[in-house]
Design a protein around this ligand. Structure first.
Ligand SMILES: O=C1O[C@H](COP(=O)(O)O)[C@@H](O)[C@H](O)[C@H]1O
Length: 222
């Protein structure tokens, strides 16, 4: 791996996540890791896959997903399979957020049941963030945002005008069920969005605000 600040950050995050999983596995049989999709986590996934861990005792799921086929270019599950579930890490149990149903509304109940059966609280929830302040698929312009912020259901189907595909997201309540929360972001633009989020409290304007008090460990590089 090269030594750019983003690569260094990815390695530091991977080491911290691996250590958190090891600590939790000293007192529980299975540990759950919730990861985000998008472009930011690729180097982190590769760094985590290289860590020595009892992978067969680790469950991995996603914070959110586009309702697309698992082998689609923009599938978060595909990203996880390609970059994280490699080598010994392939022994982890990966729980995707899509079903064969045509829409997320049709598949949400089955996904919710699948998610509820995992080893909560998660050891770590790793969130990403978009330039609009969305995290997971909690988008400011989504009609389902108030539901996803308020419901106790594990997963919510989401339609978002700014996004080409329908999506499914873990609810804010479910994402809160973790021992540790991390925000993994890069670049000056996202730093500025985070700074704006820290100075206000309207969660519907910048949904990342729902997690700022978790507490949230910030992993940022230029
Ligand atoms: O759409 C999504 O975007 C965010 C941020 O992605 P990035 O490409 O800017 O890193 C991501 O956290 C989320 O899981 C994903 O579905």
């Amino acid at each position: 791996m090269s030594d750019s600040p983003r690569d260094q950050l990815a390695r530091q995050l991977a080491e911290a996540v691996a250590e958190a999983l090891r600590v939790d596995l000293t007192h529980q049989d299975q540990a759950l890791l919730v990861v985000s999709g998008g472009s930011t986590p690729v180097t982190f996934f590769a760094a985590l896959a290289a860590c020595e861990l009892p992978w067969e005792r680790i469950q991995i799921t996603l914070a959110d997903e586009r309702w697309v086929a698992e082998d689609a270019e923009d599938s978060n599950a595909r990203l996880v399979r390609t970059h994280l579930l490699q080598g010994p890490a392939a022994a982890a149990t990966f729980v995707p957020l899509t079903t064969a149903d045509a829409t997320p509304e049709q598949g949400a109940a089955a996904v919710a049941e699948r998610i509820a059966g995992l080893a909560w609280p998660a050891s770590v929830v790793i969130l990403g963030m978009g330039g609009d302040g969305h995290t997971a698929s909690l988008f400011p312009d989504s009609r389902e945002l108030p539901l996803a912020l308020a419901t106790e259901a594990p997963a919510v189907a989401v339609r978002t005008p700014s996004q080409p595909q329908p999506r499914i997201t873990l609810s804010a309540a479910r994402l809160h069920q973790a021992r540790r929360h991390v925000l993994h972001i890069t670049g000056g633009d996202k730093r500025a969005v985070l700074a704006r989020a820290l100075t206000g409290d309207d969660v519907r304007e910048l949904p990342i605000r729902a997690f700022l008090a978790c507490p949230l460990a910030i992993y940022w590089a230029p």
